[in-house]
Design a protein around this ligand. Sequence first.
Ligand code: NAP
Length: 309
Amino acid sequence: MTTDPPLTMDALRNPGAEGLQADPPVKLGVIGHPIAHSLSPAMHDAALRQAGIACRYGRFDITPDDLPEALSRMRDLGFHGVNVTIPHKTEAARIVDETTPEARRMNAVNTIAFDPSGTLGFNTDGPGLVRAIREEFLVDVRDLRVMVLGAGGGAGRAIGVQCALERCQRLVLANRTFDKAEALRHEILPDFESDLLEGPGESLVALPMDREALEREIPHVDLIINATSVGMKRTDPSPIPAALLSAYHMVYDTVYSHGRTKLVEDATSVGARAANGLSLLLHQGALAFEIWFDRPPDLPSMRRAIAST
Ligand code: NAP
């Protein structure tokens, strides 16, 4: 992982002084707050080198108040695009000139392309998750009964909407603040009403994250996705009791900040297949690269860069 301090608004306001124009110049990046631990620069720089594209990918620590100015300065500086992460995804969806219909439904943008016609917002977390599940478990989301933990958060909403777009077999939306899960259920209900025989009531469920509700639904799902922020700190517990997991479950933890989370450990110890969020990081990044350069990146280079940081 790079030890350079993140770039700030100062770099965008004084690009010459802050080395943005060094050789090769910074023309891509990720905006977050905080952003110190992002693996995206290593992953994207490896792909850029491999593709022979002469630019670098920077980390930008930008507060929510400065997001509009940061995007406008990046565009003026000739950036190809930028990724946005916590806490900017919802605000980015609001302030870009145009979004894809998927990003609009997710109400979250994680990838922006700068274009002569304006700023275009995309969400690659949802499709990245589909690729990650295929890679980790050799199955397609559309063939699975899925439970999303944290379905009211930014990532959880994107994953919930993507599961609906994929027409997964069954979708259980769990969130600590129940109203947010229920709101998402209401939004995606039409996707489930159209083609599932047993009726939307059973195919699409919202619940709070309490033990009783989880215990009722977990036996009826195949894939459990953790999209809560529980697990980001090394000392965090699992978001759900270990006793609820069974060997037939597939468990995907979107958290990747440090090796195995407690959820992944619990899942593995009952014989379930489990993976952390590095594959999501990889695939959402690869899809962003394709948006910016209209060609796929070299995935092995990106993988090696993630593994060595
Ligand atoms: P967010 O918008 O802040 O959402 C946080 C979610 O976690 C909410 O659903 C929140 O529930 C829930 N939560 C927080 N504390 C909780 C607790 N103690 N118990 C139960 N639920 C709790 O954050 P986000 O942007 O969606 O990010 C969520 C996670 O996704 C993070 O761990 C992030 O690392 C991961 N992520 C990974 C990738 C990747 O590339 N691998 C990409 C995107 C996101 P309430 O609604 O009740 O507050």
